[in-house]
Design a protein around this ligand. Structure first.
Ligand code: TRP
Length: 363
């Protein structure tokens, strides 16, 4: 069986460290160390418009920003096809046919959509209802995935309901139309559990652009430091034991710090386990932990920021990469669409079967 990797992001802002540990790091790892036939990354502008219909400029402005973030973390245009979702016309067409395979209550039951609806305040009043396109985005995401017959999807855990929906559509489609046209998929999640959902700087369960609680991959060293220092900690006297539960500083350290960071910035301890033990015994202030966390984040983000700045100097090259990738992606998606239409028997004029049938019936 072929391995086709596909993933995507909405271009509504810069990517942040939650994206990095939740999915970008896995993608780079898969790009460099796994076997695959194709690796496609979609800049999901059409999906971004499902809740930004009034602000298309924001989406447009962030297409190249997200592209720069991709290059910055180490995704390689020689190995990956980058494409703009809205330019791939087979996707909305596939979506339209898949919509018939999903019930309305099923769409609205999607837990990620539910929590996003709540966060955006949709449905609170008559004027602020849920846009149909927004409720439908899991189905359009199924089109993104199946159009490329992708089977491996590196995403954050929050995307699992979209993949569940995709698998259901694949199953229904193949069953109803009697052919194994579509391919089932699974998520590729980070090994480190804690990376699946990095909390925000404010302690909110999710780091999210819309909650304004992020450290961005493009943040300057000064901003990173300021943000780390702004993290709220439990007030306690220095000699009192530190509490690890719901401790954002330690959650971030779990996600980012490795043993080398200890050698470089905190040689009193060998690793995170030792630091945790000492912290729980008391006598270790949060200021010192923040200093270490800042050192770690600066260390992780410096090469990413540098690569981003370099890539921005050659933006014409990235534009061409995106243009060519979009062309290639279109060709693949059109091929799948042709197979889908054939399975459904709505490929009237690709050959003369329909004509023959009609002539036979009416002549
Ligand atoms: N829904 C994803 C997100 O918000 C973005 C996305 C769009 C995606 N199409 C995709 C992810 C296809 C994986 C596969 O992050």
């Amino acid at each position: 069986m072929k391995n086709i990797i596909l993933t995507g992001d909405r271009p509504t802002g810069n990517l942040h460290v939650g994206h990095y540990v939740g999915s970008l790091r896995t993608r780079v790892e898969m790009q460099n160390n796994s076997n695959y036939d194709k690796f496609i990354v979609l800049i999901a502008d059409a999906q971004a418009l499902t809740d930004n219909s009034g602000n298309p400029q924001k989406v447009r402005d962030n297409v190249m920003e997200v592209m720069l973030d991709y290059i910055a973390v180490g995704l390689d245009p020689k190995k990956v096809i980058f494409a703009i979702q809205s330019e791939i016309t087979a996707l909305p067409e596939l979506t339209a046919y898949y919509m018939n395979l999903v019930t309305l209550p099923r769409v609205l039951r999607n837990p990620t959509v539910k929590s996003e609806v709540k966060m955006r305040g949709y449905g609170k009043s008559e004027e602020c209802g849920i846009p149909v396109g927004f409720a439908n985005y899991p189905i359009s995401q199924a089109a993104d995935i199946t159009a490329f017959k992708a089977n491996l999807i590196p995403v954050g855990e929050d995307q699992e309901p979209m993949l569940e929906q995709t698998r259901e559509i694949v199953k229904s489609f193949n069953r109803i139309y009697g052919k194994e046209v579509l391919v089932s998929c699974k998520s590729c999640l980070p090994e480190n559990e804690i990376c699946n959902r990095l909390p925000g700087l404010d302690g909110n369960a999710k780091m999210s652009k819309s909650l304004n609680n992020c450290i961005y991959l493009s943040d300057s060293p000064e901003i990173i430091k300021k943000k780390v220092n702004s993290i709220a900690t439990f007030p306690r006297a220095l000699e009192e034991p530190g509490i690890l539960e719901n401790n954002i500083l330690f959650t971030y350290l779990e996600a980012f710090a490795n043993d080398e960071h200890f050698v470089k910035y905190y040689p009193e301890f060998k690793n995170l386990d030792e630091l945790k033990k000492a912290y729980q015994q008391g006598g270790l202030g949060d200021g010192r932990i923040k200093k270490f966390l800042n050192d770690v984040l600066q260390d992780v983000l410096l090469p990413i920021r540098t690569k981003r700045e370099e890539a921005a100097k050659n933006i014409k090259y990235l534009l061409d990469v995106l243009k060519e990738g979009t062309k290639e992606a279109n060709a693949i998606a059109n091929q799948t669409l042709a197979e889908v239409k054939e399975a459904m028997g709505i490929n009237y004029f690709v050959d003369n079967k329909f004509e023959e049938e009609v002539l036979k019936k009416y002549n």
